[in-house]
Design a protein around this ligand. Structure first.
Ligand code: FES
Ligand code: FES
Length: 152
């Protein structure tokens, strides 16, 4: 089947089979490899994207379900060659080690900060509870979120 959707503000189309995930279509068909495929089971959050403004795991959404809808990936957060403030905060706080979790955490953090102006640590932990990191121990990630929130 052929799907038509808008990714990061650009209208795109792709041929997909009925069981194909949005994550696979984004990475392998549409040229958006920023969303990572770590578990493909909705456990790790490395594939987090916004679907019509709602945070979802792209591995759990069928590509067909995105037909006619709008998707924002981590590639769509930065503009004019500048890092998104959340990306910049992750760099400055040293919240990136292997980086595999980072795109999902950046998208989830951007989503949180769009909804909560000054989130508490509990709210940050709750918002990012679906995003797993094997490297950092999370302390630097929290620092990055606090930094991004404080700068707004
Ligand atoms: S790859 Fe989607 S949640 Fe892990
Ligand atoms: S930095 Fe390696 S999994 Fe998070």
């Amino acid at each position: 089947m052929r799907i038509a959707l808008r990714v990061n503000g650009v209208d795109v189309e792709a041929d997909c089979w009925e069981g194909e995930s949005l994550l696979f279509a984004l990475r392998e068909k549409l040229g958006y490899p920023g969303s990572k495929n770590a578990c493909e089971q909705g456990e790790c959050g490395s594939c987090s994207v916004l679907l019509d403004g709602t945070l979802v795991c792209a591995c759990l959404v069928l590509a067909a379900q995105a037909d006619g809808h709008e998707v924002t990936t981590v590639e769509g957060l930065s503009a004019d060659g500048e890092l998104h403030p959340v990306q910049q905060a992750f760099v400055e706080a040293g919240a990136v080690q292997c980086g595999f979790c980072t795109p999902g955490l950046v998208v989830a953090t951007a989503d949180l900060l769009a909804r909560a102006e000054n989130p508490t640590d509990d709210e940050i932990r709750e918002a990012l509870s679906g995003n797993l990191c094997r490297c950092t121990g999370y302390a630097k990630i929290l620092d990055a979120v606090r930094l991004a929130a404080a700068r707004r």
